[in-house]
Design a protein around this ligand. Structure first.
Ligand code: XMP
Length: 558
């Protein structure tokens, strides 16, 4: 299941994730650890063309792979040390060498294996990738006095060659480097320069070797996507047919091949990953799939019903919905400490799921919503499986052994959403903001999550969501939610003094939950939200706004 009820799992995932924000410096991100390569391969029957991106440790490496896919070409991100044979095994149509934090002259800096240039496919070096290429082929690359970080002006030399020809003679681009190419290797043509880079792009069309110093993958390089598309299609000859439709078709085939006539079980959390994984499996093997939805009573208002109605009524997926609210509330009794709550919820969840799994005789397969970013960030298959299977496979008794079905293992989150939309998943589920496994229990801060408090928090949260959606801001926010601390404050409503709950509003923008900024919600919207909460919820008499970014705060309060 993709439900993640374990805080240590969630935090562990965070720690394995590189910050993906568009800061100016390529330095500082660690080189990928040496991992067994087989674990990283999504192992697919190649229905579409593929381009391999070799990761030299750049902060934008994942983004390069995503941008290639956005051009309609499947791409895999592999560690730089995999070697030419491993790349050849995938039969890619092109090879991209990513940026990286090291100077090509730093001790231990990853050198370019010359065999990678003899694969008979076009190669594109980006930033460090270009410098390593130039160095390997005898060009002049040196550490410059002045680095070039951030926005820069690119000036084409001559007609811009095959890679840049026809683009504006002057354009802006995003740079992040200190090592600089001063002269191309023999056989290459310099295509452009920038203020600090005498050679900012080069090519050897004959040998199919290309290099760009700037980052085409970041939005601050306006022609970046066009340059990538041109390289992928004109130079590599890739067909651009990697689309939500082709992804779904391919995954459905793969699931059929894996599962045969076996029975499959899938835990639905209501989030987009488990929903899309379940739908793909259902399309593949129909009623051989049974979904289990455990309603722990800690969901947002009406969310349980939405999941049940989408899957059972609309998609006609066999669904066991377990109303386990009483069991969870009983387990939470007397608990106010955050980790104690999480542990209790996690343990109870396993128990409930185990009972349901045992009741489903003959189920041999378990669906997991593992994403490609989990695979990359945990450095390979096994680690990724541990993160999300923690409570399912790892936590279930030995006689309940499942083989994992992971239909999202090759996909980035935005692709999962696109596939979800393709499969007809309701917009609300496709775009649902992340929601923690332990749900509202960890938003009742410093106190016990009782039914009464949960209901108050649920009502406040429903108003917040409603107003944020009406204001058209839901998708712009990474998360928006309410927190109910275990304190009361004095108020005056009508002629009476009240002693009621305080609700805190937390709304953040973020790319990946590693860092976050508090969202500048319009004052009028905040006023409307606060006044509705106080008027519509008897127990609430005060509303405050959390203006802490992450770091130093976390997104959740517990
Ligand atoms: P923090 O609070 O650490 O949260 O900034 C980062 C992201 O993780 C989510 N989160 C959790 N998710 N189980 C989960 O499945 C948990 O115990 C948990 N704690 C935090 C949080 O909502 C945010 O998206």
């Amino acid at each position: 299941m993709s439900t993640d009820l374990d805080p240590s799992a969630a935090r562990a995932r965070e720690l394995t994730t590189e910050p993906g924000g568009l800061t100016t410096d390529g330095a500082g991100s660690a080189l990928p650890a040496e991992q067994p390569v087989e674990a990283l391969a999504p192992e697919r029957a190649l229905a579409t063309d593929e381009v391999v991106v070799l990761d030299y440790g750049g902060q934008y490496s994942q983004l390069i792979a995503r941008r290639v896919r956005e051009c309609g070409v499947f791409s895999e991100l592999l560690p730089h040390h995999v070697g030419a044979d491993e790349v050849r095994r995938r039969a890619p149509k092109g090879l991209i060498l990513s940026g990286g934090p090291a100077s090509v002259y730093a001790p231990g800096a990853p050198a370019l294996d010359p065999a990678l240039l003899e694969l008979g496919i076009p190669v594109l070096g980006i930033c460090y990738g270009m410098q390593a290429l130039v160095r390997a082929l005898g060009g002049d690359v040196k550490g410059a006095e002045v680095g070039e970080f951030g926005r820069s002006r690119l000036t084409l030399a001559g007609d811009g060659g095959r890679l840049l020809g026809g683009l504006p003679a002057e354009q802006s681009c995003w740079m992040s480097h200190r090592d600089t190419v001063f002269a191309p290797p023999p056989g290459f043509t310099a295509l452009a320069s920038s203020s600090e880079s005498p050679v900012a792009a080069l090519e050897d069309v004959e040998r199919g070797l290309y290099g760009i110093q700037f980052h085409p993958e970041v939005v601050h390089t306006p022609y970046g996507q066009e340059i990538l598309t041109r390289w992928l299609t004109d130079v590599c000859g890739c067909a651009t047919d990697w689309s939500p439709e082709s992804i779904a078709a391919e995954q459905i085939e793969r699931i059929r091949a894996q599962v045969g006539d076996g029975r499959v079980i899938c835990g639905l959390s209501g989030g987009v990953d488990s929903s899309v994984a379940a739908l793909l499996v259902h399309r593949a093997v129909g009623d051989q799939l049974t979904c289990v939805f455990v309603d722990h009573g800690l969901m947002r208002k009406n969310e349980g019903e939405q999941v049940i109605s989408a899957f059972r009524d609309h998609f006609k997926v066999p669904l066991v919905a377990v109303d386990a609210e009483d069991r969870f509330l009983a387990r939470l009794k007397g608990l106010s400490e955050p980790e104690a709550k999480r542990k209790a919820i996690g343990a109870e969840f396993i128990r409930v799921f185990e009972e349901e799994a045992l009741a489903l005789e003959g189920a041999a397969y378990l669906v997991q919503g593992t994403l490609y970013s989990d695979v990359i960030e945990s450095g390979g298959g096994t680690g990724a499986a541990t993160i999300k299977s923690h409570h399912n496979v790892g936590g279930l008794p030995e006689d309940l052994e499942f083989e994992l079905v992971e239909p999202l293992r090759a996909l980035f989150k935005d692709e999962v959403r696109a596939v979800g939309a393709e499969l007809g998943l309701p917009e609300r589920l496709v775009w649902r903001q992340p929601f923690p496994g332990p749900g509202l229990a960890i938003r009742i801060v410093g106190g016990e999550a009782t039914k009464e408090r949960l209901d108050t928090l649920r009502d406040a949260d429903a108003i917040l969501q409603d107003e944020i959606r009406k204001a058209g801001l839901y998708r712009e926010l990474w998360q928006s939610f309410c927190v109910l601390p275990d304190i009361r404050t004095v108020g005056v409503q009508g002629d009476e003094r009240t002693y009621g709950y305080l609700v805190a509003i937390r709304a953040v923008t973020s790319d990946d939950a590693m860092t976050a900024d508090w969202a500048r919600l319009p004052y009028d919207l905040l006023e409307q939200i606060a006044s509705r909460m106080i008027n519509e919820i008897r127990e609430v008499n005060r509303v405050v706004l959390d203006i802490t970014s992450k770091p130093p705060g976390t997104i959740e309060w517990e």
